[in-house]
Ligand binder design. Sequence first.
Ligand SMILES: C[S@@+](CC[C@H](N)C(=O)[O-])C[C@H]1O[C@@H](n2cnc3c(N)ncnc32)[C@H](O)[C@@H]1O
Length: 253
Amino acid sequence: MKLEYWNKLAATFETDVFQPVANDMNGTILTALSKLASKNRSVADIGCGTGSLLPTLARQFQSVLAIDLSEGCLKIAEKRNKHLRNVKLLQLDLCRKIPELEQVDVGVCLNVAIMPDYSRRRRLFENVSGLIAANGRLLLLIPSLESVLLTVHRLVQWNLEECSSYRQAAAEASYELGFTAASIRDGIVKKGGTNTKHYLKEELEILTRELGFQLCSISKVEYSWATEFSHPPDSMGAPYPWDWFVVMKPGAN
Ligand SMILES: C[S@@+](CC[C@H](N)C(=O)[O-])C[C@H]1O[C@@H](n2cnc3c(N)ncnc32)[C@H](O)[C@@H]1O
């Protein structure tokens, strides 16, 4: 999941890459951003992709820094947002050492810390937390490992309608989701064919402390089952699949 991967996806980003804000059933992300928004505050969209969130941020904040690894994504973000005067785009690999940047009041980082490699994720978290000003807030959207387990459960139940045994129904669900013992241990699950890091809620609480931050809130951003399965039965309602949405601020408890 490196530069070439994201560059390749750039042209079809909004159809091939999951869009959390558009699928957020309760508007949790935009509500949290609105509460922090001010024309006196700066914001960074960290891992901005093709920049679909930038018009909203530009309207609500004084200045917007949009960071991404992929030049392909940034080119599209620039083209579609060139009318926005308070947006600056920056190509950076946040998994490496980065130059010192001016800190921002609000950092929003949606589904970016998903790479399977532990050291790359650590560096990314260090860089991202370093961007947040002393009184600032960091908003992280993080794939939930618990949600994957719920998805497996739902899939096994669904498979049972056609499989002759529970064992077969479970094996098919595990195969489809790329589960192995190591993947469970590390929270690495195949999403759209790509190994993707997923997190436990408690893992995020520990991470927050390790970064020298305090947890303000941790909540679910929920999506419909149609984001997990094609044509799920109408009876498949709540509880819905979700990502973890973490709001944290610098400073230990
Ligand atoms: C799943 S997409 C999320 C995009 C956007 N935040 C959204 O919610 O739609 C992950 C984004 O993170 C970027 N990214 C991945 N690794 C990165 C890195 N090491 N440094 C900076 N950006 C990175 C990718 O290029 C991609 O645009």
